[in-house]
Design a protein around this ligand. Structure first.
Ligand code: ATP
Ligand code: MG
Length: 421
């Protein structure tokens, strides 16, 4: 028997534009990267689908698991390849459905190669009749039902081989990785920002992450390993990622010393945005992203979000702005960030939390509160202490390098020259 073949169907939507070749190329290379380390004979593109021909010794289960993590796929299936002959097609369809249990079934044919001498309807009725006869000859009670059958046997007539499969597996949807440009995401270690990141990667963005951490955590309780764990999970979907790790406690102390208590958290956020923006410029990202959701906590009232944003010069995206916590947690569980975010860790923000946070700040008020701070110096200090951890996906695993300083002694990265706003 020949090695298994996986047929991959992409979303039709992004096919319409002139970008079709671009998107397809990206999906193609994403599949290549996802499958690295598994013997793949080749990936073909007969018509509007991709065919992954696994090589000898490849684990089908492993390959399916890799395909399951690639964005831009509507559905996929393990298909039987059939020579271009109706009888061969009937036999293959029978082999495909024989081991399955069902009371009703239908055959659905799609002919994207019109040179095949039988129309879709002719294929459907010929294969359907053949299967029905076979079932009867085995005294099985199944009947044809075109509407919502329990089992559908799919036939595809491609410009290459004919395909038959009965088990269609839903893909992740979204757009192929690395098609939308770069975004810098503020990754806290909590549930929300990791899910926000996932949402954006799903739309084809390539993310870098910035994490602000407090010092003085007990061993094993630092938020750094949590942020690192989240970045690792997310890297799987985009194949590489950077995590900037910025010590934040000194900056917080300055804010606590000089600014009104009720504004502290908002001022922390503004400093976070400013520093993240510098990394964003360094990476040529065009926007920032956070995990805020409207009204979730005091710092996330509409007025507060708007007042915080006034410190940024780039767009700040908040993919979860309209999501409930329960919806967010459900995604976190599904993508595997829930357990990591659930680990106890020393979050920098609850330290020095105000007793009565402002709910309705405005940008002028925050500007004024910051007047006593030496913002440039604080930002420079954050940058000096910042380290960069890089992640890369290879052979089914995410590897990371030992974190390195971002700013080297005596040599500044372009980031430090950008305006501190
Ligand atoms: P999350 O669950 O992602 O931590 P949250 O509900 O706890 O979100 P906040 O702590 O108010 O909300 O943070 C709002 C957003 O600000 C986060 O989603 C994240 O994008 C950003 N943020 C907060 N703290 C940090 C941090 N220490 N490092 C990086 N980003 C942060
Ligand atoms: Mg948080």
């Amino acid at each position: 028997m020949s090695a298994p073949v996986i047929v991959v169907h992409y979303h039709e939507l992004w096919l319409k534009g002139r970008n079709r070749r671009f998107f397809l190329g990206k999906l193609f290379s994403a599949l290549r990267q996802a499958l690295a380390g598994i013997p793949v004979e080749r990936i073909e593109q007969p018509g509007d689908r991709l065919l992954i021909r696994l090589g000898p010794g490849a684990s089908l289960e492993q390959a399916l698991n890799r395909v399951q993590h690639v964005f831009g796929i509507a559905y996929y299936a393990v298909a039987r390849l059939v020579e271009r002959d109706l009888q061969a097609l009937c036999n293959a369809a029978w082999r495909e459905i024989e081991p399955l249990q069902f009371a009703t079934f239908a055959v659905r044919a799609r002919r994207s190669d019109k040179t095949f001498p039988h129309s879709s309807m002719q294929i459907e009725s010929a294969v359907g009749r053949f299967l029905l006869d076979k079932l009867r000859s085995e005294s099985r009670e199944a009947r044809v039902q075109l509407r919502e059958p329990e089992l559908t046997c799919y036939v595809e007539v491609t410009p290459g081989p004919l395909l038959v499969y009965a088990r269609k597996i839903p893909g992740l949807g979204g757009l192929p990785p690395n098609t939308a440009g770069r975004i810098t995401c503020l990754l806290s270690g909590g549930y929300d920002s990791a899910v926000a990141a996932y949402r954006l990667i799903k739309r084809g963005a390539h993310l870098s992450f910035v994490h602000f951490y407090g010092t003085g955590a007990r061993p094993g309780e630092s938020s750094l390993h949590v942020a690192s764990g989240l970045a690792r999970v997310l890297t799987r979907y985009q194949f590489s990622a950077k995590l900037y790790r910025v010590p934040f406690e000194e900056i917080q102390r300055e804010i606590v010393r000089y600014a009104p208590e009720g504004l502290r958290v908002l001022l922390y956020r503004r400093m976070m945005l400013r520093i993240a923006e510098l990394f964003a410029r360094r990476d040529r990202a065009l926007a920032l992203a956070t995990g805020d959701s409207l009204g979730q906590v005091a710092s996330q009232t509409l007025r507060n979000l708007a007042a915080v944003d006034a410190a940024a010069t780039m767009p700040v995206f908040r993919p979860l702005i309209g999501s409930d916590k329960l919806e967010i947690l459900e995604i976190a569980r599904r993508i595997g960030t829930y357990e990591i975010s659930s680990e106890p860790f020393h979050d920098c923000c609850p330290v020095f939390l105000p007793r009565a946070p402002e709910l309705s700040a405005n940008p002028e008020e925050l500007e004024k509160a910051e007047a006593a701070l030496d913002r440039k110096a604080l930002i420079a200090q954050g940058l000096r202490g910042a380290t960069l951890e890089k992640f890369a996906y290879a052979d089914g695993r995410v590897q990371s390098h030992e974190p390195r300083p971002v700013v080297h002694e005596g040599r500044h990265t372009p980031a430090t020259h950008a305006s501190g706003n």
